[in-house]
Design a protein around this ligand. Structure first.
Ligand code: GLY
Length: 386
């Protein structure tokens, strides 16, 4: 496919994404969905945890950032109102997802938009900073990690996507309250080190969960909730870590984070089928067959953005080009059926074939809200390359 053809395919997917998001918010105003059930956003299936609300306004901010918003004032009004309704979540102590909510999804994007417009609004930035401070309260001195929403003994690989909001808060506080800023930086740094030690294996695959002895802080074992087994590699966890460590490098310039992200990139590329979309878990027996292969398109979208970010951060231009080309290959796959839902008028999502929680049978082979968001982010970032 030529660059022009790919660009047109990306623009068409971006336009389809805007149609689907508009359809969602006009059919179900003020509703923040998590995953579809038989292609429908509104259903009575459980959420398991409450972590995705920022992705819906996050897509609206991305439409605006892309320069291809079909109705900028419509998207701006909704991006602001859907973000504002989440501000109280900055104090949420029940989830480990404040980075998803405020750094990736809502107030950081809102703040960036005002900076681009030359009208920075410190109050918006303060919301992001506060979210970082509150997330850091999950830190367990014994064990040196941010605890997951499950329990004190549990640390998730997913948290690597949320650590950036703590590094960011540390930077913002640096001049105003240097003691608090230093403390936040130390917490985020310690969490990254613990993740590398306990959740990332020698071959750069990832475990979903690390379990600690809460009395001594000793690391006990790897485990999982959403992956196949404690010793398997759940592909979304790998993608979260790839993207998360790349972002932490961008915020700190710590070369260990860049190396870690690159190691994940190599694992992803070596173990994923040629179209760039991984199985939901690399070690599930079905992943080796054509008949029982179950992809997770959301992992592919996250990895595509993570690889494009790496390609921007690397000084080795050959490697940078390789990661960029691989990411564009993923995007070429995802911007057409059976992944893009463009030929299924009844399907309410943008991207089909995501997996949320296979063991609980929640959102299996469905659209998932983070998959929608990172797919749109991948489209917007890819436009800069073609
Ligand atoms: N628990 C976050 C995820 O499903 O990736």
């Amino acid at each position: 496919m030529s660059d022009t053809q790919l660009k047109n395919q990306i623009l068409s997917a971006l336009s389809f994404a805007q149609n689907q998001v508009r359809r969602l918010i006009e059919t179900h105003p003020t509703f923040y969905p998590l995953y579809t059930h038989h292609g429908h956003w509104k259903h009575d299936q459980p959420a398991w945890t409450h972590w995705c609300d920022g992705f819906l306004p996050g897509m609206m901010w991305l439409f605006l950032e892309s320069g291809h918003a079909d109705d900028p004032s419509y998207w701006r009004a909704h991006a602001e109102s859907y973000s504002r309704a989440l501000e109280h979540r900055k104090e949420d102590r029940d989830v480990h997802d404040l980075g998803f909510l405020f750094y990736h999804g809502t107030y950081k994007n809102w703040n960036d938009a005002t900076v681009r417009e030359g009208k920075p609004n410190a109050a918006l930035n303060d919301v992001v900073t506060r979210a970082g401070e509150v997330l850091a309260m999950r830190f367990k001195e014994k064990g040196q990690y941010l605890r997951s929403f499950i329990s004190d003994e549990s640390c998730f690989i997913d948290i690597m996507m949320n650590v950036p909001v703590i590094f960011y808060a540390a930077q913002q506080l640096g001049t105003r309250n240097s003691e608090l800023g230093t403390n936040l930086h130390q917490i985020a740094t310690a969490h990254c080190a613990t993740t590398i030690r306990t959740l990332i294996r020698g071959d750069a695959s990832t475990a979903h969960e690390a379990i600690f002895n809460t009395t001594t802080g000793e690391f006990l074992r790897q485990s999982t909730h959403q992956g196949f087994r404690g010793d398997s590699c759940w592909s979304r966890g790998l993608a979260w870590s790839l993207y998360g460590f790349g972002t932490c490098f961008e915020l700190t310039r710590n070369p260990e984070y860049l190396r870690t992200a690159e190691r994940h990139a190599e694992f992803y590329i070596a173990h994923t089928p040629a179209d760039g979309v991984p199985p939901w878990d690399y070690d599930h027996p079905g992943s080796l067959t054509t008949q029982h292969f179950l992809p997770d398109s959301s992992a592919a979208a996250i990895a595509a953005v993570g690889l494009m970010n790496l390609s921007r951060l690397l000084t080795d231009s050959l490697r940078a080009r390789f990661y960029k080309d691989y990411a564009l290959n993923i995007i070429q796959t995802l911007t057409q059926p059976p992944y893009l839902a463009i030929d299924d008028p009844k399907w309410e999502g943008i991207l089909k074939r995501g997996v949320y929680h296979i063991h609980k049978n929640l959102g299996v082979d469905e659209s998932v809200m983070w998959g929608e968001f990172f797919f749109v982010q991948a489209l917007v970032k890819a436009l800069a390359f073609c």
